[in-house]
Design a protein around this ligand. Sequence first.
Ligand code: NAD
Length: 287
Amino acid sequence: MIAKYQKVAVIGAGTMGNGIAHVFAQSGYDVNLIDVSQPALDKALVTIGKNMDRQVKKELMTEEAKNAALGRIHAFTVLKEGVADRDIVVEAATENVELKFKIFREMDAHSPEHAILATNTSSISITHLAAQTQRSGKVIGMHFMNPVPVMKLVEIITGYDTTEEIKNDTVALSADLGKIPVAVNDYPGFVANRILMPMINEAIYTLFEGVAGAEEIDNVMKLGMGHPMGPLRLADFIGLDVCLAILNVLHEGFGNPKYAPCPLLKKMVAAGHLGDKTGRGFYTYSK
Ligand code: NAD
C-alpha cells in the first residue's frame, strides 16, 4: 500500500465503481464508496462480495483476506461526508458532462487540499473537468477497464495542468493495485477509445453495407486477428449508447468526418437496443 494515499473514495457504485472499490480494498486501502442511490450501493456490495467469493474459489484470495477487504469498504449517500478525510477520490459516476462538472466542483469543495481528484471517464476532457476545480494540477484521468478486477490496464490521462508529481503518484498507485498503468495525454478518446471506437464503427458499417453478417464479422476478427471478442459483440458488452456517445466526442473533438457514427448505430440506440443491458443489440441475450 502507498502510505500517502491510504484513504480512498470512489464516487458512483455502478459497474465500474464497484470494481474500483474492489481492487483498492483488496490491496489494503480504506474505501468510502459513494452513490446517490442506496439500492446501487446495496447492489455494489453484493456484487463485490460475489466477485471476491469467485477469487476465493480460484484460490486467488483467502477467506480471511476477503472478509478484511469487505470490512474496508464503507457506503455513503452524501458526497461531502464520504470525501472529507480522503487522500484520493476516484469519480466513476454516470458519463454525463454536466453531472461530472457538478461532481468535480463538489469534490473540490469538500476533499482535503492535498487530495488527488481522479476520474474514470471514458471520453470527457480531463482538462475541462480540472477547470471546474481550484486544483487543476491535482486532477487526472484513471481509466480502468471493465471488468476492473480482471483487466490489467489503467490508462492514466494527464490534463493540461496535471503535475508530474501527481502523474507519478497515480502511476505508482495503479501499479500497487496490481495493474499496468500507461500514461497518455488528454485528447478526445485518449488512446484506448480513439483506436477501439473507429474499429467498432467500421465493423458496424461493414454490417450496415451488407458485406457480412454480425457473426461473420466477429469471426474474422477473432480467428484472423486473435481478438478474444469480435467488435460487434464487444460493442454490445460496452453498450451501444456508450459507443455512440464516445464516437460523438471523437467526431466533435477532432472535427474529422472519419469519426462520424454509422447510421445503423444511431438507429439502434434510438430504438433502445443497447446491447447486453437491454437484452438486444447486434445479438440477443437472455436476462
Ligand atoms: P453505471 O451506470 O453502471 O454507474 C454509474 C453510477 O453513478 C450509478 O450507480 C449512479 O447511481 C451513480 N451516480 C449518478 N449520479 C451520481 C452522483 N451525483 N453522485 C454519486 N453517484 C452518482 O456506469 P459505469 O458503466 O460504471 O460508468 C461509470 C464511469 O466509468 C463513466 O464515466 C464511464 O464512461 C466510465 N467507464 C465505463 C466503462 C464500462 O465498460 N462500463 C469502462 C471504462 C470507463
